[in-house]
Design a binder for this molecule. Structure first.
Ligand code: FMN
Length: 390
């Protein structure tokens, strides 16, 4: 059972995205600017397509909040698609113009997208009916829900950050990255790179790919700081928080692999170079001097930063197309191209942050419950005091 979750609806070129967030206790103060800033961060990044020049995402909250404070009821959010005005004739809810719909029709599916399989599964002959919802425009909903999760986590001192460590061949996907390293990431920089020295090479790779009609993926590190000991559990497979975080991150469009802490690199090392030794002194109590485990042991948070690495594949819409088939004629046909990103790794980092926040907010609600923030905080403080004396 989810204790904090969200549902979303809306097509990429439809009128709006609608998000309903459940599991927020009453009494959480929301900061509209902070939420909108996260939406703007998702729109940023070198290598994005023309769509991001059209949209200026902002939330409109239409339920669950009064005077800037949550009521404990579901929170309903809408995010308008500014591009809808250019698509209304083809994407109208009640009526579509046959000519416009024909012009926008997708009949040569893109390998790497769900166009073909979605058409078969949902019995749609215009593959636009599939890609409109499968599109990563949906990630704006995730960032809005994640921003609400962050507001809740912030009330307990928990913060999140992310940064890009590689784009295509530039940078280092294994780069050791701490919370402080992520603090140096400049959201206004082209790539939101952890290593500022690698940024120019990343930009050059994107330029090269754009010129060749190609696309690029990359690697992101997302982390959470001040996470209490004991979120998640080892007692059942589906209570393990590492598994729950992995699901949240892997569900992001184009993310094909995820590692907790040194995950992937650790598989090639000996045990003594992987595990984080335990120390004790009166001042610091139990503590570690390394965090290779990424803050999780046995599916339970250990009080260290939760560190997640996400691997994003290259965008599947290539300007030069890929071998495919026309679904009407069954003849060979290059996959269709429409305005698309060359890379979206910097934006994907913001989405990873949001999904990590959602997984952690869910685990916090599971552990500390309460209908109001005050009740939840009472439970939290009692528990943290007890663990501190262990
Ligand atoms: C922030 C973000 C932006 C994306 N932008 C595009 C895009 O412009 N064009 C595209 O073809 N795919 C884009 N993608 C990737 C596709 O949405 C994704 O590859 C597709 O939905 C297929 O899903 P899968 O790769 O998870 O199997 C983007 C992904 C993210 C996270």
């Amino acid at each position: 059972m989810s204790h904090f979750t969200f549902l979303s609806a809306g097509e990429s070129h439809g009128p709006q995205l609608t998000v309903i967030v459940t599991g927020v206790p009453a009494g959480v103060r929301l900061d509209r600017e902070r939420i909108n800033r996260d939406l703007a961060r998702r729109q940023h990044g070198y290598g994005r397509g023309g769509r991001m020049k059209i949209e200026h995402d902002e939330i409109e909250i239409v339920g669950g909040v009064r005077g800037g404070e949550t009521l404990g009821s579901p929170i309903a959010i809408s995010i308008r698609n500014a591009d809808f005005k250019n698509w209304e004739a083809a994407m109208g809810v009640w009526e579509v113009d046959a000519n416009e719909a024909h012009k926008r029709r997708v009949h040569a599916p893109r390998p790497g997208h769900v166009d073909l399989i979605g058409g078969m599964k949902y019995d749609r002959r215009d593959l636009r009916d599939v890609l409109e919802r499968a599109s990563a425009r949906e990630t704006a909903s995730r960032v809005a829900a994640g921003a609400i999760a962050k507001e809740l986590l912030r009330a307990f001192g928990i913060e999140l950050r992310s940064g890009v460590v590689s784009i295509g061949p530039a940078g280092d996907p294994d780069r050791a990255t701490t919370w402080d390293d992520l603090g140096a990431v400049d959201d206004d920089s082209p790539m939101r790179a952890v290593d500022r020295d690698a940024e120019a090479a990343m930009v050059a790779e994107v330029d090269k790919a754009r010129e060749a009609g190609e696309t690029l993926g990359g690697t992101i590190v997302a982390a959470a700081h001040n996470v209490p000991i004991g979120l998640g559990s080892y007692v059942q497979w589906n209570e393990k928080l590492d598994g729950r975080i992995a699901q949240a991150i892997l569900s992001i469009h184009a993310v094909k692999a995820v590692a907790i802490g040194d995950g992937v690199a650790a598989a090639q090392r000996v045990g003594s170079e992987v595990h984080d030794p335990i120390y004790f002194d009166e001042e610091h109590r139990y503590h570690r001097t390394s965090n290779r485990a990424g803050g999780l042991e046995g599916g339970v948070t250990n009080g260290q930063d939760v560190v997640v690495r996400a691997y994003m594949k290259p965008i599947s819409t290539l300007r030069r197309g890929l071998p495919s088939v026309d679904i009407e004629t069954h003849e060979p046909h290059r996959s269709q191209w429409e305005r698309s990103d060359v890379t979206a790794v910097p934006a994907c980092g913001v989405v990873c942050e949001a999904m990590l926040a959602i997984a952690l907010a869910d685990a916090m609600r599971e552990k500390f419950g309460g209908d109001s923030l005050g009740e939840m905080r009472g439970n939290f403080e009692g528990y943290v005091a007890r663990v501190g004396e262990y």
